[in-house]
Design a protein around this ligand. Structure first.
Ligand code: TYD
Ligand code: MG
Length: 459
């Protein structure tokens, strides 16, 4: 059989190239390329031979005759935040990748859900990282003592799949894909080829046996092992567990989901007895907010179907450098420049010679235009050293003419602000149309331009 031409694959993002590169042209990481030899399929028959085609005509079905009378079977995991991100629970026969940096809490979360899932289902927890005893000790700490949880410390992917077929557990957890290997492949454990082939094998097993798999994938920055990106296109759902090391809470995000929306997020807090769900993230994000300093304003962003309040801080101070420093943490850097330009051109404020720092508290990312107005108010507040009233919230998109543009979901945002005890809301006048004011208990101030928004602060 002809040896296939080898390709070089970036272990971080899965970018393929015919030659080796020092730096990945796609994700920009250094020294992440490794050789990957694709297996030649027998069907292609080597050079020059025409493929003998199978006749698939009989397999073609009209869409009307496909039986879809029942929905997918879903298992609840007992963590409603996780269920929501999954689109309503774990789908039978699906392959879910849980990615995240080492130590973020992936193993903890998967072990925790075993307690609830174990009431009705048998679970096989395969760990290539920890011994059964270590897992037991962790389970003790997390209060997981279900009879239906079976442990297996093993790295051999094929043997694991054979065992799954034989034992037929109802749910399988693989921790982690980077420790699994297929003996026949020459590349080392954790390489792109191994990760990809192991995922393919687990996928086939999940589909043929209709057993859902959770697969843990470490994200790592130095490129020593292949990241979850190389398996994203194979699996059914990709969830990323994110957080900052110095903060106790974690955000779970879906970046791909064949069985649900990818807009939802789940919020958790790491405690000494494992992860706890945060049902009220706004409260957590606003806790400890300073109310007597200028430069702070509260924004409301939509994460999927859920409005979340977050605090925006701006600091405008005299610069000691010839070209002033500008940084934005949690907000788009270029968008910050745009807002500053609008403030300069349309309202006559001057930021020349001033450093500008923007920070969104708690590691939230405001990647929605609705956050523009709160950023502008925070900048104005810091520049003029003028407080934004602590019971005031603002949202709206800013146009280049200094006008405020309507945004979606205004009613949900206003309701969340009311629930969190805010008394006034500054929003685009056009967005007022979509709100049933008879059911809203807070004062709504509709504004058409940034100028009017600044004036509204004084009212
Ligand atoms: P872990 O789930 O092992 O991370 P991952 O599998 O993503 O690599 O989480 C480990 C971290 O979580 C570790 O730093 C300790 C912390 N932790 C707690 O704070 N409380 C707990 O109850 C547990 C089990 C872990
Ligand atoms: Mg782990």
């Amino acid at each position: 059989m002809a040896r296939a031409r080898s390709v070089y694959v970036c272990s971080q993002c899965g970018y393929e190239s015919a030659k080796w590169n020092g730096r990945c042209p796609d994700c920009g990481e250094w020294n992440t390329f490794e050789e990957s030899v694709p297996a030649v399929s027998a069907a292609s028959g080597g050079k020059g031979k025409p493929r003998s085609a199978r006749d698939l005509s009989e397999l073609i079905v009209g869409i009307g005759s496909v039986d879809a009378s029942h929905d997918e079977v879903r298992y609840s995991t007992g963590l409603s935040e996780l269920d929501r991100v999954l689109g309503g629970g774990l789908v039978k026969g699906s392959l879910v990748l849980l990615g995240g940096e080492p130590g973020i809490g992936k193993s903890t979360m998967l072990l925790q859900i075993c307690q609830y899932l174990g009431d009705d289902h048998t679970i096989l927890y395969v760990s290539g990282e920890e011994s059964a005893r270590q897992i037991k000790l962790r389970a003790n700490r997390l209060g997981v003592d279900t009879e239906n949880l079976y442990l297996l410390a093993e790295n051999d992917c094929e043997a694991i799949c054979d065992t799954v077929v034989k034992e037929k557990p109802e749910i399988v957890i693989i921790d982690s894909i980077q420790t699994m290997s297929i003996q026949g492949l020459s590349s080392v454990t954790g390489s792109v080829s191994q990760v990809r082939e192991c995922t393919n094998l687990f996928m086939r097993t999940a589909k043929s046996e209709e057993i859902p798999f959770f697969i843990v994938g470490h994200v790592n920055k130095d490129g020593a092992i292949a990241g979850p990106k190389v398996m994203e296109h194979i699996v059914d759902a990709v969830l990323y567990f994110e957080g900052q090391r110095n903060l106790s809470y974690r955000i779970l995000r879906a970046v791909k989901n064949r069985f649900g929306s990818t807009n939802e997020i789940g919020v958790f807090e790491m405690r000494d007895r494992g992860l706890e769900q945060v049902e009220n993230p706004s409260q957590l994000l606003l806790a400890g907010r300073p109310t007597d300093v200028s430069g702070c304003c509260v924004a409301c962003i939509m994460e999927g179907s859920r409005p979340i309040l977050a605090e925006v801080q701006a600091l405008v101070s005299k610069s000691g450098f010839s070209s002033p420093r500008r940084t934005a943490d949690g907000f788009d850097y270029n968008r910050m420049y745009l807002i500053i330009a609008v403030l300069e051109k349309r309202l006559g404020f001057f930021f020349g010679g001033l450093d500008v720092y923007i920070n969104v508290v708690g590691g939230m990312k405001l990647d929605e235009p609705a956050a523009d107005l709160s950023i502008a108010l925070a900048l104005y507040s810091s520049l003029r050293d003028k407080l934004v009233d602590e019971k005031t919230i603002a949202f709206g998109e800013i146009g280049l003419g200094g006008e405020l543009r309507a945004i979606s979901y205004s009613e949900q945002r206003v309701k969340e602000a009311e629930r969190m005890g805010f008394e006034r809301c500054i929003l685009p006048a056009q967005s007022l149309k979509g709100i049933d004011t008879s059911r809203i208990g807070i004062k709504l101030i509709g504004v058409r331009s940034l100028r009017q928004a600044f004036d509204a602060l004084d009212k």
